[in-house]
Design a protein around this ligand. Structure first.
Ligand code: BV8
Ligand code: ZN
Length: 227
């Protein structure tokens, strides 16, 4: 089969070697904060300040981290691959774009963006939201993190589904396969007749669904895969 169209899915494991904590590992990001405490719309209603501070802290931490060899290798692939290529990340950090990836979708939103619950504007946002700043477009003090919380619809699902249905190769990097719909993408890719590859530190919940799996740090496996 000629390899033309590639879809790559990344999760927190691709940013781990940059010092961004993963969610469900021993250094679990959710430590001290149960998932229900911060990543749901109900939590935002119940304790707006806690949720805003949780994302303010993570947004501020972005200044102290840099892309690693895995991000750079994926950006190189993006620049050189002549066929279709879509990088779908579950991550809300900006390391893929800082490494140079262009054909990129943040399906769970971005730390560096706010969302106005009054007018729907989604401005780039790099400072704190906990002071309830006014929306740059409608002036309402109605900004929230532009993050997809549990129970909310991930972004650009039509684009993602179309890309996976047309891909010849689906590569999953650094994700535990714990969260849907991302965890279901490998099944979609198999149904589309694509070959499927997992690059992850440890076997994940989805490993049995992949044609091939390599286990180790992304900073080592991804440059070897791209080479
Ligand atoms: C939706 C917010 C419907 C941003 C996140 C019961 C069964 C099945 C599904 C459900 C269910 N109950 C509810 C659901 C749906 C739910 C879900 O899947 N829940 C799970 C927990 C069971 N999903 C949703 O709610 C989604 N929305 O379904 O909407 C809908 C339909 C129509 C209309 C409206 C609504 C929304 C999901 C998005 C939630 N938001 N985050 C933030 O705060 O960051 S999810 C969160 O988990 C992050 O986004 C993260 O990306 C994502 C997945 O985690 P991973 O990235 O995989 O990270 P993890 O730590 O788990 O794993 C890291 C991996 O890396 C590990 O395997 C590790 O081995 C590896 N690793 C570590 N170091 C390295 C490494 N690999 C390589 N190198 C290394 N160095
Ligand atoms: Zn607004």
């Amino acid at each position: 089969m000629t390899l033309r169209n590639i879809v790559i899915l990344t999760g927190a494991g691709v940013s781990a070697e940059s010092g961004v904590p993963t969610f469900r590992g021993p250094d679990g990001l959710w430590e001290g904060h149960r998932v229900e405490d911060v990543a749901t719309p109900e939590a935002f209603v119940r304790d707006r300040v806690l949720v805003q501070r949780f994302y303010d802290a993570r947004r501020a931490a972005l200044a102290g981290v840099a892309p690693n060899a895995a991000h750079r290798a994926l950006a190189q692939l993006d620049a050189e691959w002549r066929g279709e290529l879509l990088l779908v990340t579950q991550n809300v950090d900006d390391l893929h774009e800082r490494a140079g990836s262009r054909r990129l979708v943040h399906m769970h939103g971005e730390l560096n963006r706010a969302l106005c619950t009054a007018c729907g504007a989604a401005p780039e946002w790099r400072i704190a939201l906990s002071g309830n700043p006014p929306c740059p477009r409608c002036d309402a003090p109605a900004l929230r993190p532009d993050i997809v919380w549990f129970g909310e619809m991930p972004y650009q699902m039509d684009l993602i589904d179309a890309a996976i249905s047309a891909c010849d190769l689906f590569v999953s990097i650094g994700t535990s396969g714990a969260v849907y719909p991302a965890a279901g993408f490998v099944g979609l890719a198999r149904a589309a007749g694509a070959r499927t590859l997992e690059l992850n530190l440890d076997p994940s919940a989805g490993t049995p669904l992949f044609d091939a799996a390599r286990h180790g740090p992304a900073g080592t496996l991804v440059p070897a895969f791209v080479a």
